[in-house]
Design a protein around this ligand. Structure first.
Ligand code: GUN
Ligand code: ZN
Length: 446
């Protein structure tokens, strides 16, 4: 595979000279190489073209890896991270989440929270995030401003909800559509290549069929993404059945509305039927796997292996504040752990296998690394731009260091690169992420 990176590598690795880099590559078995310190647009850059792995470039105990992709995060819920896990989904929304989201009519409050969630996620290595804001158009634009100022790549959705909402937090069908149109216009007028709108019906409980159909038309008209939630919690699914008695399943509610496209990201998908999984695969819609949220809100365990085997695109999501952590590193740890737990409780066959020492449902670190990077990019239909270091993609990257004494990872001996990567995934945190680049721009530097 070919790696082609154009970036200011010298700013990452000031001590590197070209000769040394060539030696390192040769040691790593990289045979074909064209390395020079040529200039591009007047800036000092190294071009590296190497037949190697698209996922990593390794320099001693530091490595460059593709940026992390968070395919599902409620920016507005950041103040509640770590709180309110004594209620399952529907009670949690009523008691903790809607009251918080209602506060975002206050733009000063919005600015404070949104600045900090964008800063925090960048520090944790999230170069691309797919955000929910709230129903407020102006508040959603405050989030857009924070993202643009700090240089993250993002999709941003103004939430839609016209039914089954509290009196103090909701919209009519007309205002929901008018404000969504307004939000799309405002955001597209920014003409920012990195930040785009995403149509965001909250879920089938809070949006009626008319609204969902109109939103699907808007998505089609502008050729933009769609995000929502699906089959997260058993009581939620029963309520959707009551609301849409003529529909075969939760998935077919969205399909009838025209909301399942190849640019649709559905969070959770914990309790999908085989038919629904096939439907999502046929429509090329993706699931955002949110293992921390699935645990904290006691929703269930998602069988990611089954989704992947059936051709459904999967990325990882923090789902702040259903999930407690803004860091995809922690979500990777959750994805690894929950996939092992599933082996012991999924069905009789899996249980028997697990007791015999076989764990076919468990994800390994390479698979979870993929979900956090290229898998996320595919889930967001952005794999032509991000996800790995393939020729022609944008440079969204993390410089990870394992040699810093303040890091949570102690290095006692020379580890192989794949061991460093495992250590980073299982016990690393944002202290190990020394630099973050989005589209070649340095957006974090320790
Ligand atoms: N379903 C509808 N809204 C939400 C939300 O804000 N968080 C989660 N986890 N699920 C939802
Ligand atoms: Zn969510």
């Amino acid at each position: 595979m070919t790696v082609y990176i154009t970036c200011l590598l010298t700013s990452c690795f000031p001590s590197l000279d070209t000769r040394r880099l060539k030696e390192v590559f040769l040691k790593l078995g990289i045979k074909e190489m064209d390395l020079n310190d040529g200039k591009q647009n007047g800036s000092q850059s190294y071009y590296i073209i190497a037949k190697y792995n698209e996922d990593f470039l390794i320099f001693f105990s530091e490595f460059l890896m593709p940026g992390l992709v968070d395919t599902h995060i409620h920016a507005c819920q950041y103040p509640n991270a770590g709180l309110g896990y004594d209620r399952p989904l529907l009670g949690w929304l009523e008691e903790y989440t809607f009251p918080l989201e209602a506060k975002y009519s206050d733009l000063k409050f919005a600015k404070k929270v949104y600045d900090s969630v964008v800063r925090k996620t960048l520090d944790c290595g999230t170069t691309t995030a797919c955000y929910f804001s709230t129903i407020h158009t102006n508040g959603s634009m405050v989030l857009v401003e924070s993202i643009i100022e700090q240089g993250q790549r993002a999709l941003v959705g103004k939430v839609n909800m016209n039914t089954n909402h509290p009196d103090y937090y909701g919209e009519t069908t007309e205002s929901s559509l008018k404000e969504t149109q307004n939000f799309i216009d405002l955001l597209l007028n920014k003409k920012n290549d990195l930040v785009k709108p995403v149509i965001t019906p909250r879920f089938a409980i809070t949006c009626d069929m008319k609204l969902m159909k109109e939103l699907a038309s808007l998505a089609k008209k502008y050729d933009i993404h769609i995000q929502t939630h699906i089959s997260e919690n058993i009581k939620e699914i029963s309520f959707v059945k009551e609301l849409f008695p003529d529909q075969e399943s939760y998935g077919s509610v969205y399909d009838s509305a025209g909301l399942l496209t190849n640019k649709t990201i559905l969070a959770h998908g914990v309790h999908l039927s085989d038919e629904e999984i096939k439907l999502l695969a046929d429509r090329k819609s993706a699931i955002s796997h949110c293992p921390l949220s699935n645990s904290h809100l006691k929703s269930g365990i998602c069988n990611v292996r089954k989704l992947l085997q059936n051709g459904v695109k999967v990325g990882l999501g923090t789902d702040i504040s259903g999930g407690c952590s803004p860091s995809i590193i922690q979500v990777m740890q959750g994805a690894l752990a929950s996939s092992v737990h599933l082996c012991f409780c999924c069905d009789e066959e899996s249980k028997e296998l697990a007791y015999e020492g076989e764990y076919p449902l468990a994800l390994d670190y390479q698979e979870v690394f993929y979900l956090a990077t290229l898998g996320g990019a595919e889930a967001l239909a952005m794999e032509d731009k991000i996800g790995n270091f393939k020729v022609g993609k944008d440079f969204d990257a993390l410089l990870v260091s394992m040699k810093d004494s303040s890091s949570p990872v102690d290095i006692h001996m020379p580890y192989e690169t794949k061991e460093l990567i495992q250590k980073f995934m299982y016990l690393g945190d944002d202290r190990n992420i020394k630099k973050v680049f989005v589209s070649g721009r340095l957006v974090k530097s320790l």
